[in-house]
Structure formats: structure tokens, C-alpha cells
Design a protein around this ligand. Sequence first.
Ligand code: C5P
Length: 231
Amino acid sequence: MSNVIQNNIPVIAIDGPSASGKGTVAQLAASRLGFHYLDSGALYRIVAWATQQRNIAWDDAIAVTECAKTLIIEFINEQVFLNNTDISNEIRTEAIGKGASQVAVHAPLRAALLDMQHGFCRAPGLVADGRDMGTVVFPNAELKIFLTAKTETRAQRRYQQLLAKNQVSLDFSNTYGSILQDLLERDARDKNRASAPLTLADDAILLETDNLSISAAVDNVLYNFQQKISK
Ligand code: C5P
């Protein structure tokens, strides 16, 4: 992480499992600090979507990686563009989330996405969220947070998110079970893969959000950041 050390640019790494709230917390923390924001999960989602469009199997590590290297990805405000096309909605489905966790197991793909992720580290600072921000991508981050919540809490949150986007039926009992099942599978894949598995970095602060509001979680991140930089 030479760029972090050389440029002295502060990084806050926020890792955690799916639907732990880390995206919302990271975005709000970035905006309060006036920092850049990296949603690293979006990169894996874009690769899953682009490979699906090209009929490339998600388990084909080489073809997936080669495809990823050709993609021109841009984040403009809260929109995601691939080769000049806005695919913000397309990548937010459950199916693409599942695909993202399947392409994310490939070490060559993860290596190919490293430079792009490092490129987000620009003055005055960066808040990055994902699974390996504090362990692999920005191991020298000023502050590392591991945000988590019980699986049931996360499944309920995911259901509400999908409902707001009209991607699930109103029949809670029908869809909650499959969302919970998907989360359990995704957690298992993210934690057990050989390359950059989801894990709590030794120097990360664990933040459980079951009974914590979003604003309290953001305040906690900012408080810990101030503590770190005032040392
Ligand atoms: O965070 P999000 O749900 O958008 O991430 C989608 C998938 O991308 C995750 O389930 C995970 O497998 C993968 N991912 C990853 N490393 C990251 C961010 C996301 O492997 N830094």
C-alpha cells in the first residue's frame, strides 16, 4: 500500500458481511469528512453482470479475469457506469450479488482489481467498504472497522431494501426465507474462500449494529477516526 504511506492520505476501511449496513455507514462517513468513497463490492457486481452479458461462466477464473481487464468502469456521483452505460440498477439485484460472490473467489480477478481500488485513494482521504479493505487492499489504513449484525437482522434489512426497490413481493414470509438462505450461502463463500476471505483484521474495531442506528454507527466511526489521527 505504498500509495497510502507515500502520499500520507488517510484511509478508513470498513469491512463486514452482506447487509451489515457498511455501505450506508461508509458513504455517510465519507460525506461528513469530505472524503472519497469506494464501494468495492460494486466492482465485483459489475464483473458478474458484464460476464453474464457475455455468456462467460462465473466459475471460469481466466475468462472472468480477462473480461474484467477490458471493462471501463466509472463511478459518477452515486451512479455506476460500464463502458459509458449506467448499470446502477442492474448490478443491485440479488442474482448479481450472488454472482459477485462467485467471481470474487478468483485470486487473479482480485489481483486485477487492486490497482483500480488503490486509485480511489486520493486527497483529502478515502472511506472504502468491502470484505478485504483492511486486510488486503489498504492494510495500512488509519482506521479499520468491522461492521456486523446477526444474520436475521441483516436478512430483514435486505428484505426492506429490496422491497423499496420493488424487487421482492410484499409477502414477507415467502421471501424472507430465501433472502436468509442467500445471505448464509454468501457469508460462507466470503469467509471460506482461499483468496482474501472476509475476516476481522487484528487491528480492526468490531462494531455490532443490531441495536445501533445508522447515525450512531457513523458517529462511532468518526469518533474512532478522530482518536486515531489525534495520536
Ligand atoms: O458488498 P456487496 O454485497 O456489494 O458485495 C458483493 C460481493 O462481492 C460480496 O458478496 C463478496 O463476495 C464480493 N466482495 C469481495 N470483496 C470486496 C467487496 C465485495 O469479495 N472487497
